[in-house]
Design a protein around this ligand. Structure first.
Ligand SMILES: [Zn+2]
Length: 111
């Protein structure tokens, strides 16, 4: 995999060669430079990590919905307590994931 970076705006392009011009800022091809293999590997890891975060956040959304339903059925205090705990834990993890993803974007790690 080859990745090209627009030196003007930081846009990343995957491909054998740099695009004719940057789709984001319009800079010409000669403003692109190829990322080193270390940087390319880092971008790949970062993309996969972000995908995993997104998938886990979606699963936590499902946990939240199920916990909500279980809690509202309210079969007995033991069940309700567990559903309330899973609701709180899922909500907390979701917030942490959102904060982490926001931090990645601010650092430009969003490959
Ligand atoms: Zn650009």
């Amino acid at each position: 995999m080859k990745i090209w970076k627009c030196e003007v705006c930081g846009y990343l392009h995957d491909g054998e060669e740099a695009p004719e011009k940057c789709p984001k800022c319009g800079a010409p091809r000669d403003k692109f430079s190829q990322l080193s293999s270390e940087a390319t590997e880092l971008v790949a890891k970062s993309r996969r990590t972000n995908d995993i975060h997104m998938e886990i956040a979606a699963l936590l959304g499902r946990v939240l919905a199920l916990s909500e339903e279980g809690s509202s059925i309210n079969l007995d205090p033991g069940c309700k307590a567990i559903f309330e705990k899973s609701k709180a834990a899922a909500a907390s993890l979701q917030q942490q994931i959102k904060a982490e993803l926001a931090a990645h974007m601010n650092k430009g790690k969003w490959g």
